[in-house]
Design a protein around this ligand. Structure first.
Ligand SMILES: [Zn+2]
Length: 275
């Protein structure tokens, strides 16, 4: 595999800044109309405490990442979005209210996408170039909606080791695939109430460091790409942020790793696919 500037492998760090709205959606899904303050405050931890710690860590290693932010979260925490953008990180579209696109009509899904875009652009001055679907789900319309609205990439699917191009008529979208193995929610997502979801237990972060490091090392040997999906409210607690510090330190110790933002990577892939 050939990467830009002779790199041997690629690493992408991404954060889904869902704050409290994914918790609110979970409550609603279980028919609980009350905004349980404790449940929601788990999400508030993201913008309040986790993002500052994560930004400091990324700065230490001079790594640029992407934060996918729902419009509703950006409206509530515009200064946090501004800090992320000012630090040179990419801000990606993550819908407006974190509704699952698969449960939206075409019109509703378009509205979610464009409202999210308008709000992020209003804060950063830039139109988001990429998208990650809320709730890790897509509708049959999602990729064509993204292409129609000029987005370069999606990062939700799981169909390959490498980025791939999805053609929709004369348009195309680059897919930057993810995998559950490299998603912090699988290991650290936990909730007490309602007791119906995420009570599998909190994983040992040292074990997770081992899993992620081993996956990166194997990816590096094969010359592939490593896409880490994280949520500030989970990864930004002190011990896990330290674990991420150790992981990045390990990765930085290898020759020829291209630490790319998803937009940089998808632009490269688009060009490469044309050749
Ligand atoms: Zn999300």
């Amino acid at each position: 595999m050939e990467w830009a500037n002779g790199a041997k492998a690629v690493a992408c760090f991404t954060f889904d800044l869902d704050a409290e709205i994914s918790w609110r959606n979970i409550l609603r899904r279980h028919g609980i109309e009350r905004d349980n303050p404790v449940v929601l405050s788990q999400g508030e931890y993201g913008p309040n405490s986790a993002v500052p710690r994560i930004l400091k860590l990324l700065e230490k290693y001079d790594v640029k990442s992407c934060f996918f932010i729902p419009g509703e979260v950006a409206e509530k925490y515009p200064e946090v979005v501004g800090e992320i953008h000012d630090a040179g990180h990419e801000v990606g579209n993550h819908g407006y209210s974190h509704r699952n696109p698969a449960r939206c009509t075409l019109e509703e899904e378009r509205e979610e996408l464009l409202m999210g875009e308008r709000i992020l652009k209003g804060i950063t001055g830039e139109t988001p170039k990429g998208y990650r679907a809320p709730a890790a789900d897509l509708s049959a319309n999602t990729h064509s909606l993204l292409a129609e609205n000029g987005l370069t990439y999606d990062s939700t699917m799981m169909g390959n080791d490498l980025p791939y191009v999805i053609k929709i008529g004369s348009k195309e979208i680059v897919e930057l695939p993810i995998r559950w193995l490299l998603d912090d929610w699988v290991y650290f997502g936990f909730n007490y109430f309602p007791p119906l979801e995420y009570q599998s237990g909190i994983s040992n972060h040292r074990k997770v460091l081992e899993i992620w490091s081993d996956e990166f090392d194997a990816i590096y040997t094969e010359g592939l790409y490593f896409m880490l999906v994280m949520h500030p409210q989970l990864m930004g607690v002190p011990s896990r942020a330290k674990m991420l510090d150790d992981l990045i330190g390990h990765m930085k110790g290898k020759e020829g790793v291209w630490f790319a933002t998803p937009f940089e990577l998808s632009s490269y892939w688009k060009e490469r696919a044309r050749k």
